[in-house]
Design a protein around this ligand. Structure first.
Ligand code: HEC
Length: 152
């Protein structure tokens, strides 16, 4: 009896531990556009190396950005759906005045390509601290990964 009591107590505690903390609210709306396949991407992204792009994202972006729609913002805004909205448009992220003033109607792959070459010269005064990615093939692979991962 006593033992059973202890066991159910332990079970309850385990349950409480697992159930505690509601999942974080998604910060972006589910993008209306379904994730494309590599072959569906516009050139030159359809020839990208997605594994390299994913690896580059992990090494160069993931310290400051989530791309998973179930996660929130970090140092940088969540990048889920980034190609489907304009620059500096997430209501729950505090962008720099410089990026707000940049005001492009959408983040196209071409715009992100220029941004990643040198965020600071492309949008002087931005708060994104990234040494530019000089290799165009690296940018291609990274953007191709982002085109797919941001719509998943
Ligand atoms: C050291 C942190 C940091 C790193 C590393 C970083 N970012 Fe950012 N990123 C930011 C911040 C901060 C902003 C907001 C900039 C502003 O408001 O001026 C931002 C903004 C952006 C935006 C604009 C998003 C929007 O909602 O308008 C894009 C796109 C972006 N980053 C892509 C990337 C990619 C791709 C990488 C990897 C190559 C990367 N960033 C690496 C911090 C970072």
């Amino acid at each position: 009896m006593r033992l059973t009591g202890l066991i159910s107590m332990a079970a309850l505690l385990t349950l409480a531990a697992c159930g505690g903390g509601a999942p974080a609210e998604p910060v972006t709306e589910t993008p209306a556009v379904a994730a494309p396949a590599l072959a569906d991407l516009p050139a030159p992204y359809n020839e990208a190396d997605l594994a390299k792009g994913k690896d580059l994202f992990g090494r160069k972006c993931a310290a400051c950005h989530f791309v998973d729609k179930k996660r929130g913002n970090m140092v940088g805004p969540n990048l889920n759906g980034v190609f489907d909205h304009g620059t500096a448009e997430l209501a729950n992220y505090d962008y720099s005045p410089a990026l707000k003033a940049f005001d492009e109607p959408s983040w196209t792959p071409e715009l992100i390509d220029q941004w990643l070459q040198s965020p600071d010269s492309f949008v002087p005064g931005t708060s994104m601290r990234l040494n530019g990615i000089v290799d165009p093939t690296e940018r291609r692979d990274l953007i191709a990964h982002l085109l797919i991962a941001s719509r998943q």
